[in-house]
Every structure is written in structure tokens, then in C-alpha cells.
Design a protein around this ligand. Structure first.
Ligand SMILES: [Zn+2]
Length: 90
């Protein structure tokens, strides 16, 4: 009988398939997560182009790794971006 590896040795599985990853931009470090089309159930305003991100449009959710001084939490600083707009950002 094969010995099963301890669960502590197995690689951690991301909890969500839209698991966030950190990206560094000119103005700091940002967590970026994918919002799949099937979960985009609200309209959002893209901070880059000021155009609506429509319901059902896959896009990105971005929030600062280090929340601004005075903000309750990084989550309150979440912004929704068009995927293309975020890619153009430096
Ligand atoms: Zn945009």
C-alpha cells in the first residue's frame, strides 16, 4: 500500500481560481484578481477610462498591498478595472 503524503507536505491549493497576485506599478504594489464574466453581476466605473464595466464583462479587481493611511482597510480601496486598461498602466 502506497504511503500517502502528509497533508502538510502537499502544495497549498489556491482557495479561489481568481486568487490575487501582487503586481508592482510605478505608484506602488497592487493585488490584482480576475473577476470572471460569470461573477461580474454589477456595473463598475473604470478609474482609467471612466467608462462603464458592464455586467457580464470579465475584468480585474485591484487593491493596494499597503492600504493608504487613514483608510479602514485595503478592501475599501478596491477598484474595478478593464483588463486592457490595467495592462496599459505602468
Ligand atoms: Zn477602462
Amino acid at each position: 500500500m502506497a504511503k500517502r503524503p502528509s497533508k502538510h507536505l502537499r502544495p497549498a491549493r489556491p482557495i479561489l481560481d481568481n486568487f490575487a497576485a501582487a503586481q508592482t506599478k510605478a505608484d506602488g504594489r497592487w493585488m490584482v484578481a480576475n473577476m470572471p464574466a460569470g461573477k461580474a453581476n454589477k456595473n463598475y466605473l473604470c478609474p482609467n477610462c471612466q467608462q462603464t464595466i458592464s455586467v457580464g464583462m470579465a475584468h480585474l479587481v485591484v487593491w493596494p498591498v499597503d492600504p493608504s493611511i487613514g483608510s479602514a482597510s485595503a478592501v475599501s480601496e478596491r477598484r474595478h478595472w478593464h483588463t486592457a486598461c490595467w495592462k496599459l498602466r505602468r
